[in-house]
Design a protein around this ligand. Structure first.
Ligand code: FMN
Length: 196
């Protein structure tokens, strides 16, 4: 059975992105995938300290909850990530995880001396984002950030679900079409992961 990791990046446990990701998780489970859910807000995770101890061991030297998330990220067949737009990028909880994954970049390119090359990335990621405003460029920053986060994990963005104009907790519940889309996308994503 394919294993998918679902990372909840919002500080709100029942917020808009969490509600959407829960629907996607349900869709993936209904399609036959095993999904593990992790709420980043519940983890004890230091920001990257930029000491580059990862240059020696090939993994981050800070002993906290990052270590087990890192192991799961490397083991799973697929990753779902949801984050609100905070100042045109991901939430702080999500960014802390991303910065700690710099240790994976270091392992790849400095420790293992892989060459940067264009290859088809076998693992696919699903990304969900929500912002309060409606500007054309609302998701430009966050999409770039997430694309390169997935890239470090040898993962390619399979699809992103992006929703504007949602601010207060519960706003997304006024849009059953968004919730249905998240459910159907989760299902389709699991089928994609299973067929890989
Ligand atoms: C610190 C902070 C920064 C934010 N920055 C933006 C922003 O740059 N653009 C925007 O449209 N909304 C911004 N928002 C609004 C959130 O994206 C919006 O409330 C979203 O629905 C929250 O999703 P959640 O319920 O999953 O946490 C910000 C909210 C906070 C708390």
């Amino acid at each position: 059975m394919p294993q998918i990791l679902a990372l909840y990046g919002s500080p709100r446990r029942e917020g808009n992105t969490a509600t959407l990701l829960k629907r996607a998780v349900q869709g993936a489970r209904d399609a036959g995938a095993s999904v593990e859910e992790v709420f980043l807000r519940d983890l004890k995770m230091s920001p990257c300290l930029e000491i580059y101890a990862c240059k020696n061991a090939g993994r981050c030297a800070i002993k906290d909850d990052f270590q087990k998330v890192r192991d799961r990220i490397l083991e799973v067949d697929g990753l779902m990530l949801a984050s609100p737009v905070f100042f045109y990028t991901v939430s702080a909880h999500t960014k802390i995880l991303m910065d700690r994954c710099q240790s994976m970049w270091v392992k790849k390119y400095w420790v293992d001396e892989e060459k940067i090359r264009k290859v088809a990335l076998p693992r696919k990621g699903l990304f969900i984002a929500v912002g309060a405003t409606r500007g054309k460029k609302l998701f430009d920053g966050i999409l770039l950030t997430v694309k390169y986060f997935f890239d470090v994990m040898d993962m390619e963005m399979w699809k992103s679900l992006l929703y504007r104009g949602l601010d207060f907790e519960g706003d997304v519940l006024k849009h059953p079409d968004y919730l249905d889309q998240a459910y159907e996308t989760g299902k389709a994503y699991a089928l994609k992961v299973m067929s890989a």
